[in-house]
Write a new protein. Structure first.
Length: 443
């Protein structure tokens, strides 16, 4: 059942500062990603195994994607379900410190090879994400009414746990304390659980809620909400067993093909829902959504092409292309959701505060007034231009990574500024409410 705003609860939600510290930090890591590419140049598009490529991948997956997703979950879970994370201020502070310090140490460890940075990354990421996962599972267990989004969050949380566990094992092996006979298989499993399990499952599950609510589309089909997340999780589990335990490449590739086809059904369904929007007004965040869906579609088509048609270019370039499309697609959805969730939470918190203070002489701005369409469009074009430069650098000439890096940094700076603008308007109206509510007391 789609939850309208009347069914949402803020009584147990954390202060707005908790999710926004994550939202504001993520674009700064996006800027770091652009600077990394600018510094290392062609190295980031030569091989997935080079230090610069590994560093860049984790800046995006941990510093940008996971940063936003965890911040959003801490706010949206109590709002949607009435089940808050226990000790949310402590959890939020621990996770934020863990992600900022741990991701920074991890990236520097890839780039420098210093073991002390590897252990530092393991400690901060392990503790920060571990505390978050414990609190998340406690909150999810307490949810009285289960929905497709809640089930998806539970599966995504378990996928995050497996991603962290595999990542820590790989870091232990990297520091020389453990040895894998086939490290590539473990890296692939870590990547699969991180991108498809954690990022993919969570974004799919949250889409069931935010796409109809924010974009006024019909709901996703009942069978999809009920089954797709579970099917993805089971297929990912089967692929991991076939890949890691049995070393059955043919079986694993068949399962992976099924998994990608399942993802493709979600992409096609989402496209169709956007075409059936109930309110025919321009929504510029849909541009990010469409770019993301096209990116996933492109990655799936390339994967199937590599399976059946011998590549005309170096196969490693196509592997990098698939990875780049997947990461850019995830970043696009995060951008789209940020531009909906940040104004929505600001508006919703101000509405709640207005009611609590009984102060109706100060008008709370509508969601659309928190940020102009022009600001979103400008950032989208910067982002899309950067993506095109990266993809063309893989296909045509490596020097195109340099304008791509500059555009990536610029688009993330613009995203940061847009989010700061939302926070500034929220603070301004909040101060007005506080001042107006205090007037009778002074009189």
């Amino acid at each position: 059942i789609m939850l309208g705003t009347a069914n949402l609860s803020l009584e147990q939600a954390p202060p707005l500062s908790i999710p926004f510290r994550f939202f504001l930090t993520a674009p700064l890591f996006g800027v770091v990603a652009g600077l990394l590419v600018l510094f290392y140049g062609s190295e980031v598009i030569t091989s997935r195994w080079l230090p610069a490529t590994l560093g860049l991948t984790h800046v995006i997956t941990l510093g940008f994607l996971t940063m936003v997703m965890c911040g959003a979950m801490m706010q949206m879970l109590p709002v949607l379900t009435g089940s808050p994370l226990p000790r949310v201020r402590f959890v939020g502070a621990s996770l934020h410190i863990g992600l900022v310090v741990g991701t920074s140490a991890l990236v520097l460890s890839f780039l420098t090879g210093f073991n002390v940075l590897t252990w530092m990354a393991m400690f901060f990421l392990g503790v920060g994400l571990g505390i978050f996962l414990v609190a998340l599972f406690v909150a999810l267990i307490r949810v009285k009414v289960t929905s497709a989004t809640i089930t998806g969050m539970r599966l995504a949380g378990f996928a995050l746990f497996l991603t962290i566990a595999l990542g820590l094992l790989l870091l232990v092996a990297r520091s020389g304390w453990l040895e894998f006979s086939q490290p590539r298989l473990w890296v692939d499993a870590h990547l699969g659980w991180g991108l498809v399990g954690w990022v993919g499952l969570l974004l799919v599950s949250v889409s069931y809620q935010v796409v109809p609510m924010f974009h006024v589309t019909p709901e996703y089909p009942g069978w999809m909400r009920g089954a797709l997340g579970k099917i993805l999780f089971i297929l990912l589990l089967a692929w991991s067993v076939g890949w890691l335990m049995l070393s059955q490449q043919m079986v694993s590739e068949f399962i992976l093909a099924l998994l990608l086809l399942v993802l493709l059904t979600f992409v096609v369904t989402t496209f169709r829902l956007f075409l059936k929007k109930k309110r025919k007004v321009r929504d510029v965040t849909l541009w990010f959504w469409r770019a993301s869906l096209i990116g996933v579609l492109g990655a799936v088509i390339i994967w199937f092409s590599l399976e059946f048609v011998p590549p005309t270019w170096d196969a490693s370039i196509w592997a990098l292309m698939i990875g780049a499309l997947a990461l850019f697609a995830a970043m696009a959805v995060i951008n789209a959701m940020l531009y909906k969730i940040a104004p929505f939470l600001s508006w919703f918190h101000l509405q709640h505060r207005q009611l609590a203070l009984g102060c109706f002489s100060v008008s709370v701005p509508h969601m659309k007034t928190f940020l102009s369409d022009r600001a979103v469009i400008s950032q989208f074009y910067l982002w899309l231009s950067g993506v095109m430069c990266f993809l063309l650098a893989l296909l045509l000439h490596w020097q195109l990574v340099y304008p791509g890096a500059i555009l990536m940094a610029a688009s993330n700076l613009y995203l940061f500024w847009n989010l700061v603008s939302i926070v500034r308007l929220y603070n301004k109206v909040n101060r007005q409410l506080t001042a107006e509510a205090a007037k009778p007391a002074r009189d």
